[in-house]
Design a protein around this ligand. Structure first.
Ligand SMILES: Nc1ncnc2c1ncn2[C@@H]1O[C@H](COP(=O)(O)OP(=O)(O)OP(=O)(O)O)[C@@H](O)[C@H]1O
Ligand SMILES: [Mg+2]
Length: 356
């Protein structure tokens, strides 16, 4: 996938770095019709309009469509229409010929040409100037455009994806968006639901983000416990997946979970001495219980200091790896850390000890 040569245009990363289809669409009812629709349009060159609140994954979905489409071998050129002033955006988008304006010392292609045989991703399309909307309309109608200062019409074969977090109908009513352009870009419309309308996907997304951060920052933060995932699934998430991602990043790096700060999610409830029904207390039993309690606290602390690398923890505790595994099992530490969070990732060491 070629990298574009213009500083403000962004080339999209390779398909390999995108989350899997299962992660992108999750298992929620709200996302399944979207998944089916996207899969149907991948093989076409139909324009796609992606609408959704901030942080719902519009940019990511655009990358996914490009990476899985027949335009994947071309460039995916992202243009943030809100970030570039209208006058500059025209020359950046459509390019210019030498002498077209004072600073045009050489001819230069624009983003549109760079996206030939690829994807042109017009992000924040509602911010596109009215004058540029007319030129964009022509591009969408017949694939033709001309560089500034050029009379020659050029033609490109490109898939156009637009994204917005505003309702384009409102923009049309306010006279800020051309209705004819709206009809052109609105061939296939995807309304990405906010995260609070796809709560079933939250645990999967949180686990995915944690894996990503652990590998990106070389951390070994333990899986999010089931009760934390349950609590995350109930939050409002006004910032949607971006907010969730940021929270998981803070957890992976700082070990902190907002809203759980006062209560360490890894802390085990402290055991109290067992008093039998007749009111007697076994001193022997209490002593054994206290030793076990203290031992498991130390093990937990050392495991955390070694980012749950059990081989390193065993060395630090000066016990064998096998002994440590036995103690982790006996104290129920592993169950606590893996419970509910990801049944598929239950530690094999619970049955057969193996090196980390
Ligand atoms: N399904 C997903 N799986 C994993 N990560 C996701 C998913 N959707 C979005 N993200 C991540 O969440 C963050 C926000 O996504 P993205 O930037 O695509 O949202 P957006 O809707 O374009 O936001 P904005 O409106 O602010 O531009 C990104 O870091 C993205 O990688
Ligand atoms: Mg975006």
């Amino acid at each position: 996938m070629p990298v574009t040569g213009v500083a403000s245009a962004k080339a999209v990363p390779k398909a390999g770095v995108l989350p899997s289809e299962e992660i992108i669409f999750g298992c929620s009812a709200a996302m399944q019709p979207i998944r089916q629709m996207i899969n149907k349009v991948l093989g076409t060159n139909l324009p796609v309009l992606i609408q959704g609140e901030n942080g719902t994954g519009k940019g990511l979905l655009a990358q996914y469509i490009h990476a899985r489409s027949k335009f994947a071998s071309g460039a995916c050129v992202k243009v943030n229409c809100a970030a570039i002033p209208g006058s500059l955006l025209e020359s950046e988008l459509f390019g210019y010929e030498k002498g077209a304006f004072t600073d045009a010392h050489t001819s230069r292609p624009g983003y549109v040409e760079m996206a030939d045989n690829g994807t042109l991703f017009l992000d924040e399309i509602s911010d596109l100037d009215l004058s540029l909307q007319a030129k964009t309309l022509q591009l969408l109608q017949d694939g033709q455009f001309s560089r500034i200062g050029d009379t020659h019409e050029r033609r490109v074969n490109t898939r156009v994806i637009c994204a917005t977090n505003r309702k384009l109908e409102d923009e049309i009513a306010a006279g800020r968006f051309r209705q004819d352009l709206f009809y052109r870009i609105n061939v296939v419309t995807v309304n990405l639901p906010p995260l609070r309308e796809r709560r079933e996907d939250i645990p999967g997304l949180a686990n995915y983000c944690l894996e990503q951060f652990n590998s990106r920052f070389e951390r070994e933060a333990p899986p999010l416990p089931g009760e934390v995932l349950d609590a995350l699934s109930r939050k409002e998430w006004r910032g949607n997946i971006r907010e969730l991602e940021n929270m998981v990043a803070r957890y992976a790096i700082l070990g902190a979970l907002d809203g759980f700060a006062s209560e360490d999610p890894w802390k085990r409830p402290s055991a109290s001495p067992k008093v039998s029904v007749d009111g007697t207390v076994s001193l022997k039993h209490i002593a054994r219980q206290a030793v076990r309690e203290m031992e498991s606290n130390v093990i937990l602390q050392v495991l955390r200091e070694n980012k749950w690398n059990r081989r390193k923890a065993a060395n630090a505790l000066n016990i064998s790896y096998r002994a440590l595994i036995y103690k982790i099992q006996e104290a129920g530490l592993a169950q606590r850390h893996h419970r509910k969070s990801n049944p598929a990732r239950v530690e094999p060491t619970q049955a057969t000890p193996s090196p980390d």
